[in-house]
Design a protein around this ligand. Sequence first.
Ligand code: ACO
Length: 430
Amino acid sequence: MEQKRVLTLTDPVANKTLALPVMTGTEGPAVVPIGNLYRELGYFTFDPGFLSTASCRSAVTFIDGEQGVLLYRGYPIEQLAQHSTFLEVAYLLMYGELPSARQRDDFTHTIDCHTMINESLKRFYDGFYHDAHPMAIMVGVVGSLSAFYHDSTDIHDPHHREVAAHRMIAKMPTIAAACYKHSVGEPVVYPKNDLGYAANLLHMMFSVPSEEYVVDPVAERALDLIFMLHADHEQNASTSTVRLAGSSGANPFACIASGIAALWGPAHGGANEAALKMLEEIGDVKNVPKYIARAKDKDDPFRLMGFGHRVYKNYDPRAKVIRAACHEVLAKLGDPDDPLFELAMALEEAALKDEYFIERKLYPNVDFYSGLIYKALGIPTNMFTVMFAIARTAGWVAQWMEMIAEPQQRIGRPRQLYVGPPRRDYPVTD
Ligand code: ACO
């Protein structure tokens, strides 16, 4: 019989001991539940940035950052990238198993039924100036969805939760494409449900009413691949934001809007946009040593964007897949001799040989190469993080549904180490 592991914490001053039973999951490090610590010993734990804190129990995604492993519901990302599609992955994340052929068709049909957005919602876009960042528009538009879909905001009703999840996955491409159309001053294009998920997005972004538009299958497959790679990544900043917002009972549309806001930052989903801008700024292979030196200089805020990861201390498995896809996409759609691709490879090579990056285990992450693919597909830089948000919606809704269904679900309420002034009296002057 397996021996139960217990950690013992002793406070010699109070002369108290607390036995903490160790919990093990299916993979990854064991965890020590410390929920009783305050009640028993009067301490909080202190872990800004959650370096050693598991915030929840989850069966959706597993990452082994040391080995460079990423599993969705147990399936390795490399295998999914080779054999699956984004919608199948979305189903897998939401329901826990790969769909049968019938379930896949039904799910696709359900998503297709929800691709349109309310006509009134379209007017929302007009309130934004034409040069508004598409992420700013997206946060606003997604947040407003709860005002349109009252029939799917009762979080205590499993059917409402499921319908809200379907709506989010289905409407994100339509909302994203409308953000783009608004920025270029073209009419919004309606979804065409005989197209696949990624193809529909390309159609809504790049077709115009006056001309026939045929989606390139290489572009469709590349976008679908990127979406699969970005679909979930366990308890990252945006997913944790969705969970925290959701823990208060907020409606799912508001929760996803909060996730989009958290994703926007350059340390998270904004890195794809920042990485491409960085490559453009570096400009030439001959400038690589200068920028490597800047990234290492602690007095310079410059960092190599698309490099490093909180969890991966090895090559990001998604980056490996995307790097290979990049060759293929550029050969077929873009410029195979794209100087930015050549530059990206030179920068990666130089960093991977550099002691600073080796010591800190800094490797390219998924966003080092994704921008080059987006660029080859004709997607403008300010839409890169929007693309990420579309894909991550599958993970956000799966994680949100898991959280709500958890029997012991409680509001998330971190504690703090207060370092402000102690109690003092208001200075009363007569
Ligand atoms: N360039 C240069 N140095 C770096 C980089 C980088 N990209 N990333 C980390 N470092 C250095 C830090 O300066 C630090 O050095 P020190 O130990 O001498 O102080 C050390 O490596 C550890 O870095 P932290 O910032 O402590 O690591 P953390 O886990 O907090 O941050 C993060 C991870 C935010 C991803 C960071 O590596 C970074 O800013 N990367 C660039 C932005 C990026 O690509 N983000 C995308 C993440 S993936 C995603 O969300 C899809």
